[in-house]
Every structure is written in structure tokens, then in C-alpha cells.
Design a protein around this ligand. Structure first.
Ligand SMILES: [Zn+2]
Length: 106
């Protein structure tokens, strides 16, 4: 997965969690402001809780995935570029160690 893709997923995740949060807050706000009766407010709350929960869950999963990808890419990139001979870390894209000249494992 590319950086752009994981960033987009991260942004979508944040948006979805925010939408879920608003969906949960909305009926509570309705009850608090007294725009609807308490009874209707509770029905809204029950109706909104399930989709809000699902949306927040999906959003959280997207966030989690995008965070994981970044960590894996960072760790994987580092281990590939660490010299097997002397242990020096080399710049990304390097084929040979800058310190001892050993070939870096791809
Ligand atoms: Zn080396």
C-alpha cells in the first residue's frame, strides 16, 4: 500500500469517526435542548446508536490500518537498509553500504 493510499484511509477514518460521533451526539443534543420530547429523543438515540457505532468502528479500523502500514513500512525499510556486515544504517535507495561497501539485502 502506498503512502498516499494509507493517508487517504487515515483521513477517511477520522471523518467516519467524526460522523459517528455527531450521530451519537445529535439525539443527546435533541433531548437536552428539549426540541423533541424525551420519549422521541430516546427513540432517536436508540435508532442512531447502531449506525453511529458501525460508522465509528469502520473509521477506527481504517485509522488502525493506515497507522499499521506506516509502522510496517518504516520498520521494513530500516531493516532492508541496515548493513548486514557492519550494522550501519544507509540512506533509502542505497544498494551498497556507505561504511564498508557490503551489498545491502533487498
Ligand atoms: Zn556496512
Amino acid at each position: 500500500m502506498s503512502d498516499v493510499e494509507s493517508t487517504i484511509k487515515g483521513v477517511f477514518g477520522v471523518i467516519l469517526v467524526a460522523i459517528g460521533f455527531v450521530l451519537l451526539l445529535y439525539p443527546i443534543l435533541l433531548i437536552l435542548t428539549g426540541d423533541t420530547g424525551l420519549f422521541l429523543g430516546i427513540i432517536y438515540l436508540l435508532l442512531f446508536t447502531l449506525p453511529a457505532g458501525i460508522i465509528m468502528f469502520v473509521g477506527a479500523r481504517l485509522l488502525h490500518k493506515s497507522a499499521n502500514v506506516n509502522v510496517v513500512q518504516t520498520v521494513g525499510g530500516e531493516s532492508r537498509l541496515t548493513c548486514p556486515n557492519c550494522g550501519v544504517r544507509n540512506a533509502s535507495g542505497a544498494k551498497f553500504c556507505s561504511e564498508c561497501g557490503a551489498k545491502l539485502v533487498k
